[in-house]
Each structure stands twice: as structure tokens, then as C-alpha cells.
Write a protein of this length. Structure first.
Lengths: 329, 285
């Protein structure tokens, strides 16, 4: 099996990976579909169980959607993949801005953020200008946005408004742009397989978040920071990190790393991702919403995209810069 | 053909920028004849609610567009007539009429911005004919109802029997004369289309909608079988504040609520207040 996989070209290997993922998803989806026909004897349990199943199927739907997006992105090449991530970043920033109150005077800065900063950042990624791409937002944009705000002649809550906008750009644009940037890293002997690196990062980070979520549901520990998150505690956090890192290490064969290295970068990515998730939870709590747009919560029509990608937004830059620094890629 | 393509393109842009999500609370999207009435905060409200309706309803629903804004360039006129299939109303008539008696009568604050925008050309044309007629209608109804009654309905019919308080006689009279601002709406409803109206008349600048103008009541009594659906359009003013030309991507939604109707013998003002309350209630759904 291993021999066979190694004999394939990189393209075929990636294709095989997608085939496996699609196959697994198809099996799980089919099972979930047939389970909907099952009836429990106790009607109360039945209702609860059906609700849980419906929730699970909704999650599956999201997963399908993401995997298909990834697949299209990979099949059509790096440029299309970058454009796709730019779109995701656009939607995430849209959601972020919707839920943080802005004033009339922020209009120009917002235009700048959406229609100038975001395209330039992703264009820098697509053209692999790594030196500029890492400093463009923290240096140039962060000094330019307050200027645009100041010119709008509205001093009330100036620092707060600017901080919100900059934070939104940092998380949604800067963080997200590091995901497609992974496609452009070059490791010796790893040409054409960078798609695996993206898959590796997304997979490991999502695993850690998911495991942490499931564990904290099973074990009713006292939350560490109950005002921010009712589910976060160090035990489930630790288990999530360990499980996801081990999974990452087991997948080291699809990365340019050795077992130990894969374990280390997984730990880094998982810590960054889960902490980022916590930070975004604090932000949501501040806005008085449990979710970035659960149905019936906000009138905004936000669809919770940010909920799905916030861990990735924090993990990607740290993952990217640490491996670029260590491996000189 | 071109109109259809433009429609799709516009729909794509609106969805990309705002999501244009429709939330149906209280009634399903259904192809019955309806009057949607919504809050009005931006010229883009029209586009939002058009984009939020499902494809099937969009073709039978005609939004109301203020002629002074939506018909002042050929492009806008083409888009409103061909793509939105809108019904033009003369917005000048409303504020001008309100504005002219305002100093004399009661209502001063609301029409200020609109009156300013309107003042130059058409207002002068209408005012002279209005001024002498006003006293004829005004004596008996309480002063409070006067401006808002003129707002939409009463301008053309001063010679007719006293309209503001009596509802049954009003409709047939109102439908007939040509310069009636409601006439295009009546015509659209007669032909079986649904319509979208903004009963505030002008755009508000605060979160609270202004008082509703009486046009809604008139239409409701004139067409009792048409379903009245309240709608709350959220966030549009953030997308494109007054005076800006580039929209910012911010999620918006249109919430449709449970239909209301004019109760037996319900007066104009209580009904309008109830309708306004129904719209406001959707803000927090």
C-alpha cells in the first residue's frame, strides 16, 4: 500500500487523498441519512436524538462544502485557491464588521479595508512576495487606517473603533491569507505537494477544536474562564491538543516533516488555534452573542462562517512563520 | 434580456455585499397579493427588499421608487423600470404639501430634510394651487391629522366631501383623479401585483422609524383582500450612508412578520401606529 502510494506522482497522491476524504464523507453521510429512519421507543429520547442527528448532519453539510471548496481550489491551481481563500476572508471580515458597531465616519476606512487592503494582501500572496506580504498589514495598513478615520472628522471612541477595524483585518485578512501562502512554500523534495500542507494544517486544527468540544461536553469540568467560555477548561484543552498533535504526527508522511517535527508543528498550530478560538469567544461575548450569527440571535443574517474559521485564522500565521523560520523554506 | 442579465448581476452584487437574507417570521413567502410595508433608512432599501424576495415573488412584486431620486438619470430610470419593475411615486407632493402648511399648523420637525431637497423646482409648482385649497378641508378634523392626511391622499380632492375622517367614501374618490400620488399604486394593485411601500415617506436618520403616512391605511381600506405584511430592513444604512457612493460589505437582512389587517371600524391613526409597531417589533425577532 505504502509502496504503491509512494510510486504515484504528487498530483496523483493529492487526488488519492481527496478520494479517500470524499469516500469517508460519503460513508458517514449515508449512515447519518439511514439513521434518520430509525425510531426510538421513548418519544422524548427520540426527539432529542433526532435533534442531535439533525445538528450533526448540518455539520456534515458544512464539511462537505469545505472539502468541495478545497477540491475545486486544488484542481484549478494555486491562483484559484488563493482567490477562494480571499473570498472566505472577505465573508469572514464582512461578518466581523457586521457584528462590531461602526459609525458613519468609519465608512472610508471600511472601504479601504475591504476593497484595497484585502485584494492587495491576497495579490501579494499569489505573487509570492513573502517579505512584503508579512509586513504589509502590520506596518502600512495599521498606520494608514487611522489616518483615513481621522480624516473623517469624528473623534468619538476613535481608539476603540480603529482597534476593532484593525483587529478584524488582522484576524480575517492577515490570518487567513497565510493559509494559501502555505501553497507557495518550497521544501526540497516536496515540490507540487504543498496542497498537503494546507490540508495538514486545516485537518489538525479542526481536529483539536472538535475533540476539545466533544470532551468538554462529556466531562462536566468547571470552566476556567466562565465569563468568556462556559466550556473551556484546561483538561479538555490538553486532551484536544494531545489527540490532534498525535493525529498530526501520524500524518507526517504527507508533510515534508519527520515524525517529531510534525508533532511539534502540530502542537504549535493546535495551541494557536484553540487559543484563537477562545479569544474570538471573548469577542463574541463582548458583543453579547453566543455565536457569530446563530439563527434567531442577531437580525444581521450572519451565518457563522467566522465560527468555523477563527481557529484557522490564528493558527495559520504562527504555523507558517514557525516552519518558514525553522526550515528556511 | 439585458434587463434580466442586469438583474442577475445586481442580485449577485447585492448578495456578495450584504447577504440579502430574507427571514420569514410570521408568514411564509407565498404568491398571494400582498402589500409589504417596511422601514425606510436608505435608498438602497428598495434594492435590498427586492433582492431578499425569492425569484418567484420578485416578478409579481413591484417596489415603490421615489421619482425624484430614482428617475433623475437615464441609467437609474432604466434600472428601476426594467429591472425592479418599480412604480414611481411623486415624493415631492408629500413633503411639499406637509411643508407648506407646517409653519402655520403643527408638524414642523419631520419634513425638514425632505423639504430642503425638494424645495427648488416642483414644490413651487404645487404650492400655489395647494395653499388656497387647504383651508377647505382642514377645519373639522383635529389638527394632528392634517399634515399626514395631505401627505399622500388628500391633495387632489379638496373639492370632494370631507375625506380625512370618513374612510368608506375616501377610496373611490381617491382613486379617480390623475395627480393623486397613490394612483400608480392603486393601479398596480388593481392589476393584481403585490407592492412594497415605505410608509414613512422619507428616510429616517435614527433607528426609530418616523410616523407612518396615511397611504398605507388608504390602500388597506381600498383593497381589504390584499394581505398586509410588515417588514424590517436591518443594517442597510450602514452599507451606504447618505452622501457616500461606494457601498461597504455588511450583512443585511429583511425580516417579514405576521400579516396585519384593518380591524372593523378602526380609525386611521390607531391603525398606522399599530402598523408601525408591527414593523418595529420585527427589529428584535
Amino acid at each position: 500500500m505504502n509502496q504503491f502510494l509512494r510510486s504515484l506522482t504528487p498530483t496523483q497522491q493529492v487526488a488519492a487523498l481527496f478520494l479517500i476524504v470524499f469516500g469517508l464523507l460519503a460513508i458517514v453521510s449515508a449512515t447519518a441519512f439511514f439513521l434518520t429512519f430509525r425510531e426510538r421507543r421513548n418519544p422524548v429520547h427520540d426527539a432529542a436524538w433526532q435533534a442531535e442527528l439533525a445538528h450533526f448532519r448540518a455539520l456534515l453539510g458544512t464539511t462537505w462544502f469545505m472539502v468541495i471548496i478545497f477540491w475545486i481550489g486544488w484542481a484549478l491551481g494555486e491562483t484559484v485557491a488563493t482567490v477562494l481563500f480571499a473570498l472566505i476572508s472577505f465573508f469572514a471580515l464582512r461578518e466581523f464588521i457586521t457584528l462590531s458597531p461602526t459609525r458613519r465616519g468609519d465608512h472610508r476606512s471600511l472601504i479601504l479595508a475591504f476593497f484595497v487592503v484585502l485584494p492587495i494582501q491576497f495579490w501579494l500572496v499569489a505573487t509570492a512576495r513573502f517579505d512584503l506580504f508579512t509586513v504589509f498589514i502590520p506596518v502600512y495598513v495599521f498606520l494608514a487606517i487611522p489616518v483615513a478615520s481621522a480624516l473623517a472628522d469624528d473623534p468619538s471612541q476613535f481608539l476603540e473603533r480603529n482597534a476593532k477595524l484593525q483587529w478584524g483585518i488582522m484576524v480575517c485578512v492577515y490570518g487567513m491569507s497565510h493559509v494559501p501562502a502555505l501553497l507557495l512554500l518550497s521544501f526540497p523534495g516536496y515540490e507540487g505537494k504543498s496542497a498537503f500542507l494546507v490540508f495538514f494544517l486545516v485537518f489538525v486544527v479542526q481536529t483539536s477544536v472538535l475533540v476539545q468540544h466533544l470532551i468538554s461536553r462529556r466531562m462536566q469540568r468547571t470552566p476556567f474562564a466562565p465569563n468568556v467560555s462556559r466550556s473551556f477548561n484546561w483538561t479538555s484543552w490538553g486532551i484536544g491538543i494531545v489527540v490532534a498533535s498525535l493525529v498530526g504526527a501520524l500524518f507526517s508522511f504527507i508533510t515534508p516533516f519527520r515524525f517529531g517535527q510534525a508533532l511539534a508543528v502540530s502542537v504549535i498550530a493546535c495551541i494557536a488555534g484553540s487559543m484563537g478560538h477562545l479569544v474570538m469567544k471573548a469577542l463574541k461575548r463582548d458583543r453579547g452573542i453566543p455565536n457569530w450569527g446563530q439563527k434567531g440571535v442577531g437580525v444581521t443574517g450572519a451565518n457563522g462562517l467566522l465560527d468555523r474559521v477563527d481557529a484557522l485564522c490564528f493558527a495559520a500565521p504562527i504555523f507558517f512563520h514557525s516552519i518558514r523560520w525553522y526550515f528556511n523554506a | 434580456m439585458l434587463a434580466k442579465l442586469t438583474g442577475w448581476l445586481l442580485l449577485g452584487i447585492v448578495r456578495l455585499l450584504t447577504g440579502a437574507q430574507a427571514r420569514w417570521y410570521g408568514c411564509p413567502p407565498k404568491a398571494e397579493q400582498r402589500i409589504y410595508f417596511a422601514n425606510h433608512q436608505s435608498h438602497a432599501d428598495l434594492v435590498m427588499i427586492w433582492a431578499a424576495l425569492p425569484e418567484e415573488l420578485r416578478s409579481i412584486t413591484r417596489p415603490i421608487a421615489a421619482r425624484d431620486y430614482w428617475a433623475n438619470t437615464p441609467v437609474k430610470r432604466w434600472i428601476t423600470t426594467e429591472v425592479f419593475n418599480a412604480v414611481y411615486v411623486e415624493r415631492q407632493a408629500a413633503p411639499a404639501a406637509t411643508a407648506s402648511p407646517a409653519p402655520v399648523a403643527v408638524e414642523a420637525p419631520p419634513p425638514a430634510p425632505a423639504a430642503r431637497a425638494v424645495a427648488p423646482s416642483p414644490a413651487e409648482r404645487i404650492e400655489p394651487s395647494m395653499e388656497p385649497l387647504l383651508p377647505l378641508t382642514t377645519p373639522e378634523p383635529p389638527a394632528e391629522t392634517v399634515p399626514e392626511a395631505q401627505g399622500r391622499l388628500d391633495l387632489p380632492e379638496p373639492p370632494a366631501p370631507p375625506p380625512p375622517s370618513a374612510e368608506p367614501e375616501a377610496p373611490p374618490v381617491a382613486a379617480a383623479p390623475a395627480p393623486d400620488p397613490l394612483a400608480p399604486l392603486v393601479e398596480a394593485l388593481r392589476s393584481g401585483d403585490s407592492i412594497i411601500i415605505f410608509p414613512e415617506g422619507t428616510r429616517g436618520h435614527t433607528g426609530e422609524p418616523q410616523k407612518f403616512k396615511s397611504g398605507l391605511y388608504t390602500l388597506a381600506t381600498m383593497f381589504p383582500e390584499v394581505v398586509l405584511v410588515p417588514a424590517w430592513i436591518d443594517n442597510v444604512q450602514r452599507v451606504m450612508p447618505k452622501g457616500e457612493i461606494v457601498p461597504v460589505p455588511i450583512l443585511c437582512s429583511v425580516t417579514f412578520g405576521a400579516p396585519i389587517r384593518v380591524e372593523e371600524g378602526e380609525e386611521r391613526r390607531p391603525f398606522l401606529d399599530r402598523a408601525r409597531a408591527a414593523v418595529i417589533a420585527l427589529r428584535d425577532v
